[in-house]
Write a new protein. Sequence first.
Length: 208
Amino acid sequence: MASGYNLTSHGGPAVRSNTQSRQPRCSGRPRRGHVAVRLELTDDSGFLALIDPDAYSGFVGPDWQLNRLFEVFHEHMARRAMLLWGTRPDGGCWTVEVSMAGVSPRGTREVWGTIRASQGRLCVTNYESLTMAAQFDDVALPEAHDADCVWNVEPGLYDCHIVQVSQEPRMWDRAASPDFCLRLYATAEPRRAWVRIPWVDECFYRYR
């Protein structure tokens, strides 16, 4: 792997732990009718994701390999059960604002994608949680300690506007604007499914 991304390259020997230092945190439980919520997520590997937890089945195997893991990610993106994007190679502690109202702020970069909420739930998560689900067949996302990162919506398709406001993580500074803003808009006409992960270096696809 020559991309500079700090990726776990295979499964095992990961050890389960009760610590949540590497897990997403949420500063307010999202429910139907809430205009916006701010989520605080760790990111050690340079990726964040929005998933449909009721359609995401990310188990690969206890000894998964990186290529197979990203094949699973791309399969889920093709089914509109996942939107996975790059943050920066070194990751960081990001604040993510999710909203179903208002106009997206201006940022350093932006991308649109369509995701399906099959059972009326969407979840923001990180690469570390995705690899736990990849390695252990009894781990379903969101895990219990990530339940507050679930966004409740009406079942259906949603255009998601992802804006990275800050290139450098603000380390959960609650007085600052969020690092990423996600705006969800119900749609009947989905955009083309993602076939590549936005905001990753070309060498990531060349060497993974």
